[in-house]
Design a protein around this ligand. Structure first.
Ligand code: ADP
Length: 149
C-alpha cells in the first residue's frame, strides 16, 4: 500500500495545496495531510482551525486523512508507516530549499520525497499572500477552497 505524507503549515490551506493534493490522489492509496506543529512559529489560524479548513475541503475523499505532528517529518512518517513525502514546487527558490531537505531526509531514513510541479493556474498562490489579504480585510476567496472561512 502506497501511503504518502503531505506535510506543511496549511496556514491556511489554499487552492495551491488543493491542486497538489488532487493530482496526487491517483498516485497513492492514502495521503495523510500532516500539519507540522512548530512551537517557534507564529500562525494566523489555530491548529484546530487549520484542521477544520482541511476537513471541510476533503470531507468526502476516502483516501485523505488529516493529522498533526511535532518533531522530524521523517520520524512522523516512520511512526505511521509511510514511505513517501509529498511536496509541491512553485519556483527555483522552492527547489533549492526542498532539494537539501529531501536529500537529507532520504539519507536519514530512506524515505523518498515525491515532488509535483505547481499548475500554471495556482503557481502564484501562497498561504502568506492569503494571510496578507485577510489581515487587510481583503477578499481572498479566489485563492482558497470554497466555504472554508
Ligand atoms: P511549509 O511551511 O512546510 O512550506 P506550506 O503549507 O506553506 O508549508 O506548504 C506545504 C507544501 O505545499 C509545500 O511543499 C509547498 O511548496 C506546497 N505549496 C504551497 N503552495 C503551493 C502552490 N501554489 N503550488 C504548488 N505547491 C504549493
Amino acid at each position: 500500500m502506497k501511503k504518502a505524507v503531505f506535510p506543511g503549515s496549511f496556514d491556511p490551506i489554499t487552492l495551491g495545496h488543493v491542486d497538489i493534493i488532487n493530482r496526487a490522489i491517483p498516485l497513492f492509496d492514502e495521503i495523510v495531510i500532516a500539519i507540522g506543529v512548530n512551537a517557534d512559529k507564529r500562525y494566523m489560524f489555530t491548529l484546530e482551525e487549520r484542521i477544520e479548513f482541511i476537513k471541510k475541503t476533503y470531507a468526502h475523499e476516502p483516501k485523505i486523512s488529516i493529522q498533526s505532528y511535532s518533531g522530524l517529518t521523517v520520524d512522523y512518517c516512520k511512526s505511521i508507516d509511510s514511505s513517501f513525502i509529498l511536496r509541491g514546487l512553485r519556483n527555483p527558490a522552492d527547489f533549492e530549499f526542498e532539494k537539501a531537505i529531501a536529500i537529507t531526509n532520504r539519507k536519514l531514513s530512506g524515505i523518498e520525497t515525491v515532488f509535483l510541479l505547481t499548475s500554471a493556474e495556482t503557481s502564484f498562490i501562497s498561504s502568506s499572500i492569503v494571510r496578507d489579504i485577510l489581515k487587510n480585510k481583503g477578499d481572498a476567496s479566489i485563492l482558497i477552497p470554497k466555504g472554508i472561512l
